[in-house]
Design a protein around this ligand. Structure first.
Ligand code: URA
Length: 188
């Protein structure tokens, strides 16, 4: 099912991002994973390679995953809220997110994870409709999706690139704890 969806999306023109993309950035990791990680949107490196989280933010994410004992290739299925790069790395619009929503849902349904890690505000807002709930307030809490799937909001690695401290309760320290919690909840 995922193979067919990926094939079908190669010619996707459901939103205007199709006119500037080089590649659809469909997924990375394992379709049998117990954890899905959802980011915002592809950047320049991802657009070029067709693989999510391979640029600077992706490299930092890899460090955090490995420190949390999560194997990126085996334990995770990695996707983005939208599959094509927004020009100049702007945030995807509501229309673009809506146009890509069915793809996201189909990927979640096919993988059927125990836990979804929501990386940053864009991914979080696609699941939780609460204008007052910022990512700083949301992280540390566990939300529920369909079929008992747990949602774990975390800071986006692009934000962590600007926050270097690893002191207790710093964004980096909290993110590591959140990832360890995600791993525990997935029974890995
Ligand atoms: N940021 C994201 O949210 N996703 C990527 O794939 C890369 C950077």
């Amino acid at each position: 099912m995922l193979k067919e969806l990926k094939e079908k999306l190669k010619d996707c023109t459901n939103c205007s991002l199709c006119s500037s993309r080089s590649n659809i950035v469909f997924s990375d990791g394992s379709e049998n994973a117990k954890i899905i990680l959802i980011g915002e949107a592809p950047g320049a490196d991802e657009d070029k390679s067709g693989i999510p989280f391979v640029g600077r933010a992706g490299k930092l994410l890899n460090e955090f995953l490995s420190n949390a004992g999560i194997d990126r290739k085996k334990d995770l299925y990695i996707i983005n809220t939208v599959k094509c790069r927004p020009p100049e790395n702007r945030k995807p619009t509501k229309e673009e997110k809506n146009a890509c929503g069915k793809n996201l849902e189909a990927q979640i349904k096919a993988v059927n994870p125990k836990v979804i890690i929501l990386c940053g505000a864009t991914a979080f807002e696609s699941f939780i409709d609460d204008k007052k709930m910022t990512i700083s307030k949301a992280r540390g809490q566990i939300f529920e999706y369909k079929n008992g799937i747990k949602l774990i909001p975390v800071f986006h690695p692009s934000f962590l690139l600007r926050k270097h401290s690893t002191e207790p309760n710093s964004p980096r320290d909290l993110t590591l704890k959140d990832l360890i919690l995600a791993k525990e909840l997935s029974n890995l």
